[in-house]
Write a protein that binds this ligand. Structure first.
Ligand code: SF4
Length: 293
């Protein structure tokens, strides 16, 4: 939530020294509230006040980048509740899950299909934005699958595994590609935070309710892990939509930093029509990324 002129005034030194070019701190505060001036014109701010202004300058939903180069996926950095209020700066990314139980040839065929699925509609380039490798067949198969996928596509990648050794090996293969690690929870928080930091990866945080999101993201931030994507799991579609809406409202309207990250939904519906329907629902409200199995 933006600071009012009076809120800003309380953070200024109140000495009316005029060095900012205004006759009094209050006049400068009013211009700052209108966003007509820059805070760095006052050279006498306390450290605490500077921190408050710096936090205010951050977008309420953090910009998160996955992957690199032309095919990188940027999500977040949003400033309005309803996406139609502004241009879609960072539209929802679409991901496909590939299981490591497939053979090398099957994975290569899948990737070839995904790579070629690119088209233009009314000037907008549409493609798959994320490929997630899901662990199903043990560490060895997972690592081999990550290698095969990474050698055959430039699309951003996600690693769906919670085995630390398998993740370490996979992350070494993906050095410099800024993958998403899926996912941290109450039980593996420190280990996942360490891996994300060591390998420059983004970390997905999966929880069952809003209160847990706040405590987990706060703890991860304290561990120095700042690039996060949030997931609410194990709920009905209606309840998930409710939670996604609350996350967005609290981040944008109440400036709740612990919730100021893009959200991810994973869809594991067996019927392909219902799968697409569910994905469309989350894209409307308010997924930053939706992954299909
Ligand atoms: S420079 Fe800072 S302390 Fe001086 S008048 Fe402006 S706001 Fe107040």
């Amino acid at each position: 939530m933006a600071l009012s002129g009076l809120d800003i005034y309380k953070l200024l030194p109140k000495t009316n020294c005029r060095e900012c070019g205004f006759p009094a701190c209050l006049a400068f505060a009013m211009q700052l509230a209108r966003k007509a001036e820059r805070i760095d014109k006052c050279p006498y701010l306390s450290k605490e006040s500077k921190e408050v202004f710096e936090a205010q300058a951050l977008p309420p939903i953090k910009l998160i980048t996955l992957g690199e180069g032309e095919d990188k996926l940027e999500i977040g950095n949003e400033s309005v509740i309803f996406r139609h209020e502004e241009k879609f700066h960072h539209p929802c990314g679409i991901g496909i899950i590939i299981q490591d139980s497939l053979s090398k040839e099957e994975i290569e065929q899948e990737i070839a299909k995904i790579n070629s699925l690119r088209f233009e509609r009314v000037g907008q380039k549409i493609q798959v934005n994320l490929i997630a490798v899901e662990a199903k067949a043990g560490a060895g198969r997972f690592i081999e699958a990550v290698k095969t996928v990474s050698q055959n596509t430039k699309i951003a990648l996600a690693l769906m595994n919670e085995d630390p050794e398998a993740l370490k090996a996979a992350l070494s293969i993906l050095k410099g590609r800024r993958p998403l690690i899926y996912s941290a929870n109450e039980n593996n928080l420190k280990m996942m935070a360490g891996l994300a930091k060591d390998y420059g990866a983004v970390l997905a945080v999966s929880v069952k309710d809003l209160d847990s999101v706040v405590s987990l993201t706060t703890e991860l931030n304290n561990l120095g892990c700042l690039d996060l994507v949030l997931e609410i799991k194990g709920k009905s579609i209606t309840d998930r939509i409710w939670d996604l809406t609350q996350i967005r409202r609290l981040a944008l309207k109440k400036n709740n930093r612990a919730l100021g990250y893009p959200v991810l939904t994973v869809i594991e519906e067996s019927d392909s029509f219902e799968e697409a329907q569910e994905a469309a629902t989350y894209i409307s409200k308010y997924a930053g990324n939706a992954k299909y199995s």
